[in-house]
Design a protein around this ligand. Structure first.
Ligand SMILES: [Mg+2]
Length: 251
């Protein structure tokens, strides 16, 4: 790869993985939190209604690229159960926090991640661009795993209003990294959101397949549904040594 001055990373299934059980636990915590609000929520049917609401909102997001938020999904699922709570209700915040409190517990770094970032930090500006509805939770996960100090730029879709592969979020990354777009390598696992998105925005994408190659169960709902290999010209890496080799080759 030529003339790289900055490296951007996706978060889930790129730098970190999450155990499958996390979503189940998150739903238990969410139901409990709603019950503490005095709502008579039946767990099984609420989970079903929530899933349907998520699918509905994700389809909309797929059409317009706009990020959504869990409080809309919760409100829609509650309405399905005959319970009326506005997405803007102040009680919605603790419910959302309860849901995401499960995530921290079940996430971990892909082996060698900090060492790799430490090496890159000496030579490149490093940025993060994650599709995540609730930015405080993503930032908390990064902090708990010790990732925060490596990143000069941290961008979460929930703050930006749009999700990858929408061009606007890559433009923000380019702007904040302060280098030319073709001087940025972007590393991600999702062929559409990360690879195709970065390619269209004029960055140099790198497809990471660590999770696929090592049979690690992907962070639920976060692996793109389009599992086709991206553009064959895009370099593919399976571990961090591959990445270091690829980048060293350019210097
Ligand atoms: Mg990912």
């Amino acid at each position: 790869m030529q003339n790289i001055k900055a490296v951007g990373f996706d978060l889930f299934n790129t730098l970190i993985t999450m155990e499958t059980i996390a979503l189940k636990d998150a739903m238990v915590r969410l139901t409990n939190s709603l019950r503490e609000m005095g709502l008579n929520v039946a767990h099984e049917s609420f989970v079903q209604a929530y899933r349907e609401a998520v699918l509905q909102f994700l389809q909309q997001t797929k059409r317009d690229g706009k990020e959504s938020h869990n409080r809309f999904w919760i409100s829609t699922a509650l309405a399905q159960q005959g319970l009326s709570v506005s997405p803007e209700d102040p009680d919605m915040s603790p419910a959302v926090e309860s849901y995401f409190s499960a995530f921290v517990q079940y996430t971990k770094l892909i082996p060698g991640t900090k060492e790799m970032l430490g090496i890159l930090q000496e030579r490149y500006r490093i940025g993060l661009l994650s599709n995540f509805t609730h930015p405080p939770a993503a930032k908390n996960i990064m902090s708990e795993l010790g990732l925060t100090p490596f990143f000069e730029v941290v961008l979460i879709s929930g703050d930006l209003g749009y999700r990858k592969p929408h061009g606007s979020v890559f433009e923000e990354l380019i702007e904040q990294l302060g280098v030319q777009r073709n001087e940025i390598a972007f590393v991600g696992d999702d062929p559409e959101a990360d690879v195709a998105g970065a390619l269209r925005a004029g960055l140099q994408p790198i497809w990471t397949t660590y999770v696929r190659d090592n049979n690690v169960s992907p962070a639920p709902g976060m692996l793109g549904p389009g599992d086709d290999a991206p553009d064959p010209a895009v370099p593919r890496i399976s571990n961090w040594q591959d990445l270091l080799t690829l980048l060293n080759a350019s210097s």
